[in-house]
Design a protein around this ligand. Structure first.
Ligand code: ADP
Ligand code: MG
Length: 695
């Protein structure tokens, strides 16, 4: 079968709807999808029936409301289509009611206190803007997940709300610029996804990988990524076979997997789809992560999505490429052809600059996890300080607007908004900086702080909401302005003046930058999850997010609680895994090797062979010192975990200040022991074994 034939073959997309629904029903549903109008209940039954027939024809036997609870992964509960028929057989049934609303017994999903467990009922509601699809033998219906009190228990609901908030404010701005065609404004996202691929055989031998997704011990291999020979290198046959099947599976689901290549670290790869509307991109990225793991299993491989599976080797991130466009296909972050379009572009650009500066903390919070804390600021990913890269050309334009000085571009003219045309930016010059957390790349922004396993919902919720807030302030001012152009110019100028501190075009990995950012520019530097998360509830953040109806205060409180709890639990599991591995496998291994050496020593003595070189005795001394130290530090780590108490915020501070430090101390001696213990005694495959395991 050709790609064109099977692309989207498992998706109930527009083509299928058009072919299988009565014209009136199709039109009504299409209106809901395109414009967000309320769905006519009469339509639901017809759609459900067509959906079921289509799914059954593809071999589906079950359906599920597919949703994204706050655990960060997706959830599904399967119901079969079968219904008894009077003759003792079964018929396949699926009603509009079942399509629109589901009631999973969702009491064990985290709700951060939003829904007491005795009131277990939450409900899922169909999101018609994201197509239903078939996975295995199950029809999956993308849904939002809410409590009966109406609070969002998932990531999709606030995402849809944030898109609506931005749409509303952006439409006000477009009207001011005389735009009569656009009916709505949407954000688009293309996430670049990094991952590691290792063999199942290696994975199974490492309890740390199995329990925590990352290695907690391990000495750097003699060869890592220093030769830069893996990046964009030739793809190994086994990896190529994996990528081929992965692409096929993703294409069947209508996911536009486009590029794939090797990344910097050995065994590290990247996959990027073609961008789509934010909520669809979010659903697709969740699905992609799931299918990456499933396909790997079929190939005897394991796909690691952890942010930092190996110490000393680059971890995996995700780049959230984001733009704003109209339903008529105009990218509002693309400099236009006419002076007026340019002024509009600059206004949207300023809205983003202001948003990122005012809500640095929210952006940092959306990427905060125990795993990602290991990457940010470790010279492999942007620092924990949020800043923006605009490139020299655009920065020069902004400076000229701010100071009123002539723009020193090619024509050396003074920039007058609404009169002058902006110079064409060369995409290459805007794309070179790879160290910036938030970079303008010609016609979109690339937010680069995400960890590989993060849901992209979180950052896009905050980004959309913060930009909606900037646009609202602009629209309020401009709608009441006597002279639109003067007011516009003044507002752009003021934004640049007030927010230029967030713009940094230099090297984000440079130590000197962190100093300048925090000491001179006053930018925030929340190094860990424990540091940043409580700021979710700062007044300015709660006020903004509730004003745009993206989150209620209770929803924010629940998220703060869940994220901190997740941080504490993740690190606690890691610490317990370390304790168990150190005690039950590493210390005994070192003892075993020690005994062997002692045996050699006594045999040599008996035969009166000299021990002049001191090889055995020197080694024995160090090994036995290490064994005691491993035992001591294991106890200390266990004690630190046992001492965690109080509120979840207090516990998160305990994790940050003590548990993580003791984990590092224990690891240090174990890794030293690994480097002097004979390989045959070591209980796990080494970094070298794992990273170069896929041929
Ligand atoms: P790189 O960052 O490696 O230079 P690309 O320019 O190919 O990569 O883009 C990376 C991602 O950005 C892809 O997923 C692509 O679809 C997405 N992208 C491109 N244009 C836009 C846009 N206007 N809005 C959102 N995402 C976009
Ligand atoms: Mg990129």
């Amino acid at each position: 079968m050709s790609i064109q034939e099977y692309f989207g073959s498992m998706v109930f997309d527009d083509r299928v709807m058009k072919a299988n629904l009565p014209a009136g029903i199709y039109k009504s549903l299409h209106r809901t999808i395109e414009r967000g109008t309320k769905l006519d209940p009469g339509v639901a039954d017809a759609v459900a029936s067509a959906m079921k027939d289509w799914a059954v024809s593809k071999g589906a036997t079950h359906y599920t409301h597919w949703f994204q609870p706050l655990t960060g992964v997706t959830a599904e509960k399967h119901d079969s289509f079968i219904s008894p028929s009077p003759d003792g057989g079964v018929i396949m049934e699926f009603s509009g009611k079942e399509l629109i609303k589901g009631e999973p017994d969702a009491s064990s999903f985290p709700s951060g206190g939003l829904r007491a467990t005795f009131e277990a009922r939450g409900y899922t509601a169909w999101d018609p803007t994201s197509y239903a699809f078939i996975k295995g033998k199950t029809l999956c219906i993308p849904t939002a997940f809410c409590s009966y009190g109406g609070e969002a228990l998932d990531k999709k609901t606030p995402l849809l709300r944030s898109m609506e908030a931005l749409n509303k404010q952006a439409m006000r701005i477009l009207k001011l610029f005389g735009n009569k065609d656009a009916r709505c404004v949407r954000t688009c996202v293309g996430p670049e996804q990094e991952y590691f691929l290792i063999t199942r055989e290696m994975y199974d031998k490492r309890p740390d990988l199995r329990f925590t997704g990352r290695t907690l011990f391990g000495k750097k291999p003699p060869k890592g990524q220093e030769m830069d020979d893996h990046y964009f290198g030739v793809i190994k046959p086994r990896v190529a076979a994996y990528m081929e099947e992965l692409n096929e599976e993703l294409w069947k689901l209508g996911i536009l997997a486009k590029t794939e290549h090797n990344e910097v670290a050995p065994a590290q790869h990247e996959l990027a789809p073609i961008y789509s509307t934010t909520n669809v991109a979010t659903d697709h990225n969740q699905l992609t992560m799931e299918i990456m793991q499933k396909v790997a299993a079929k190939h005897g491989l394991v796909c690691l999505l952890h942010e930092k599976p190996f110490d000393g080797v680059n971890g995996s991130g995700k780049h959230n490429n984001w733009s704003i466009s109209t339903d008529t296909g105009v990218n509002l972050l693309s400099p236009g052809e006419t002076p007026y379009e340019n002024a509009q572009f600059l206004l949207f650009l300023c809205a983003v600059i202001k948003a990122v500066d005012d809500y640095q903390d929210l952006l940092r919070i959306t990427v905060a996890t125990a795993g990602n804390d290991h990457r940010l600021g470790a010279n492999e990913a942007p620092p924990a300080v949020v800043s923006m890269f605009l490139g020299d050309e655009l920065s020069a334009v902004l400076e000229a607007i701010e100071t009123g000085a002539p723009y020193m571009g090619a024509e050396k003219t003074q920039m007058k908004l609404g009169v002058d045309v902006l110079p064409k930016f060369n995409r290459d010059t805007t794309d070179r900086n790879r160290t910036s957390p938030f970079a303008f790349t010609g016609n979109k922004f690339e937010f680069r702080m995400l960890g590989s396993s993060n849901s992209i919902a979180c950052c896009n919720i905050m980004l959309n909401a913060a930009v909606a807030e900037s646009l609202k302030i602009y629209a309020d001012r401009l709608e009441g302005a006597e002279d639109f152009e003067t007011a516009l110019h003044e507002m752009i100028r003021k934004t640049i003046k007030d927010h230029k501190n967030i713009i940094f075009n230099g090297n984000g990995y440079d130590e000197a930058w962190i100093k300048e950012a925090t000491e001179k520019r006053g930018l925030l530097n929340y190094r860990t999850t424990a540091d940043c998360m409580p700021h979710l509830l700062d007044d300015k953040n709660v006020n903004m997010l509730t004003a745009h109806k993206v989150y209620s205060r209770a929803e924010l409180e629940s998220r703060c609680e869940i994220m901190l709890e997740n941080y504490v639990k993740t690190v606690t599991i890691e610490a317990n895994t370390m304790v168990s591995m150190a005690r039950r496998q590493i210390a005994p291994a070192v003892e075993g090797y020690t005994l062997k050496l002692m045996d050699a020593v006594s045999k040599k003595r008996a035969l009166d062979i000299g021990l002049d070189s001191g090889y055995e005795t020197g080694l024995l001394k160090e090994l036995s010192a290490l064994t005691s130290e491993i035992a001591r530090r294991t106890d200390l780590l266990e004690e630190a975990v046992g001492a965690l108490s109080g509120t979840v915020e207090e516990q998160s501070c305990g994790v940050r200040d003590l548990v993580l430090a003791r984990m590092e101390e224990l690891r240090e001696v174990c890794d030293r022991a690994e480097s002097i213990t004979a390989k045959e005694f070591w209980p796990y495959p080494s970094y070298g074994d794992i990273l170069f395991s896929v041929k």
